[in-house]
Design a protein around this ligand. Structure first.
Ligand SMILES: Cc1cc2nc3c(=O)[nH]c(=O)nc-3n(C[C@H](O)[C@H](O)[C@H](O)COP(=O)(O)OP(=O)(O)OC[C@H]3O[C@@H](n4cnc5c(N)ncnc54)[C@H](O)[C@@H]3O)c2cc1C
Length: 294
């Protein structure tokens, strides 16, 4: 699956689902059930994340292998290069190439927490450096991350967009955006990126609200704003809410958000599935029933 090519030739918004590898053998059965359920929605591709510092190196590889060889799914593999030596990156990518992976999503990743991980002295500092290294050596289609509200450690959104331009210059052919709950951030980001000379497709990332706690925790971690009206709806839940009620709110919010994005002509929708199927399934079904997504 060549994702850059997909975005070049598509005649309708693309649909993609992101997963992380099952934590251990016990989680595998549930993971593959979710994968099977979501594959019935016929996404254009699935993608598999990669734990920074190589923490899920083998797990991510095994999952990608099964997705490609057994499940025959169009699959994108991620590489988070934080702390890895150039030769380790090459080893990882050679294995993916041998599996038939054609698109790699390159991110820097972050220093693993609660570990004594020591970055290799020759490791790359930024995703743009990794992209330069990889694009000079391989024939993969390459993607990278973008942040409509600015990366949490960026000095400013303007600077962050400059660094995104560098990722494009160093070989990135498409961008998956960090999730946001106010579409205005995304629309204004697109305008600013285009003004800065970024011409590659920028696909919005959609994170349905799965639980109140997870939403608040993740938004704090990655700097995504929870708009006041949504915050009020989340705050209205009791301390131990009915999970089905929260998930139903999540489906409604994401459905409305996706409708608006599709109306604005986005190139695709990329769902952070968190390895769960019910919410994403409902959102896609609703969009299809409405005729907004084919
Ligand atoms: C769609 C998506 C998927 C993700 N998947 C994963 C995953 O699988 N595994 C994982 O570990 N993490 C993942 N992440 C999280 C990501 O690794 C973190 O957000 C990380 O902190 C930044 O990665 P990056 O590739 O954007 O880094 P970079 O582009 O290197 O940016 C990191 C920081 O450095 C700044 N910067 C960039 N270039 C320069 C420069 N030349 N000079 C000075 N400052 C610079 C940026 O403004 C930013 O603040 C994902 C994020 C997204 C949006």
């Amino acid at each position: 699956m060549r994702v850059a090519n997909l975005y070049k030739t598509q005649t309708k918004p693309s649909l993609s689902f992101e997963f992380f590898p099952p934590r251990d053998e016990n989680a595998e059965e549930g993971f593959y059930t979710v994968l099977d359920e979501l594959s019935t929605l016929n996404p254009d591709y699935m993608s598999m994340t990669f734990g920074a510092g190589g923490s899920t190196r083998e797990g991510s590889y095994q999952a990608v292998k099964k997705m490609i060889e057994e499940k025959k799914l169009p699959t994108v593999a991620y590489l988070a290069g934080f702390g890895l030596a150039p030769h380790e990156i090459t080893e990882i990518l050679d294995r993916y190439k041998d599996l038939g992976v054609e698109t790699i999503f390159i991110i820097r990743g972050d220093e693993p927490r609660n570990s004594d991980f020591k970055p290799h002295p020759e490791s790359f500092k930024y995703a743009s450096d990794i992209l330069k290294f990889v694009s000079g050596k391989y024939d993969f289609d390459l993607g990278c991350a973008g942040y409509p509200e600015g990366h949490i450690n960026a000095p400013s959104l303007e600077k962050d967009i400059e660094y995104l331009k560098l990722k494009q210059d160093n070989g990135a052919q498409y961008v998956i955006a960090q999730y946001f709950y106010d579409n205005e951030f995304f629309y204004s980001y697109i305008d600013r990126c285009r003004a800065a000379g970024i011409t590659i497709p920028i696909i919005p990332g959609i994170m349905p609200i799965y639980t109140v706690k997870l939403t608040k925790m993740l938004c704090k971690l990655c700097g995504s704003t929870i708009p006041a009206d949504l915050q009020a709806r989340l705050d209205a839940f009791p301390e131990k809410p009915d999970p089905n009620e929260v998930a139903a709110l999540g489906v409604d919010v994401a459905f409305e958000q996706c409708l608006d994005l599709l109306t604005h002509g986005v190139d695709g929708l990329h769902f952070y599935t968190m390895d769960r199927s019910p919410s994403v399934t409902k959102i896609i079904q609703k969009l299809r029933e409405k005729g907004s997504l084919t």
